[in-house]
Design a protein around this ligand. Structure first.
Ligand SMILES: [Zn+2]
Length: 160
């Protein structure tokens, strides 16, 4: 993600505050350094290339980082400033880990280059718009090719 000049989007000036989600705009590299500390910050820089699937969801930035495992990172920007969570061992102890650092830096880079981040797809809201018949049809389609789902559905129905 970082390295080389990003393609400029025609008509979108660099550092234009309107092109990204203003809810999650407000933090700087200094904030990230203060939260993480020197050591995690330096290690986080090495994980920048490992950040994928960066998306926004309300006040949160979500991404996946490939470390020793695949880690799910969420950053929040609230009234108290930036905070983050990660499901790696160090992150689970409540630390702003190197994976959080990497996501924050990639997000900042994209933001400062006027990139528009995709919003996380809200499957539940979309499904709630479908009517009963459509949902049954959809479930039948999936169950036809997924034996495990078929079995789980039958178990669920037999329990009623
Ligand atoms: Zn982590």
């Amino acid at each position: 993600m970082v390295g080389g000049d990003p393609p400029r989007q025609p008509g979108v000036p660099q550092r234009c505050g309107k092109v990204f989600d203003s809810h999650v705009a407000g933090f700087s590299t200094d904030d990230v350094l203060a939260l993480a500390g020197d050591k995690s910050f330096d290690r986080g820089v090495e994980y920048i290339q490992a950040v994928t699937d960066l998306e926004t969801e309300g006040d949160a930035v979500c991404a996946t980082v490939q470390g020793n495992d695949l880690y799910e990172v969420e950053l929040y920007v609230g009234p108290a400033g930036l905070s983050g969570s990660c499901d790696c061992p160090w992150g689970k102890e409540g630390n702003f880990c190197k994976h959080c650092v990497a996501v924050a830096l990639v997000y900042e880079y994209d933001r400062d280059n006027g990139r528009i981040l995709p919003r996380r797809f809200d499957l539940r809201s979309c499904l709630e718009l479908l009517d009963h018949g459509e949902l049954v049809g959809l479930l039948m389609e999936v169950a036809d090719i997924d034996r495990d789902l078929r079995r789980r559905l039958r178990e669920r129905i037999e329990q009623r």
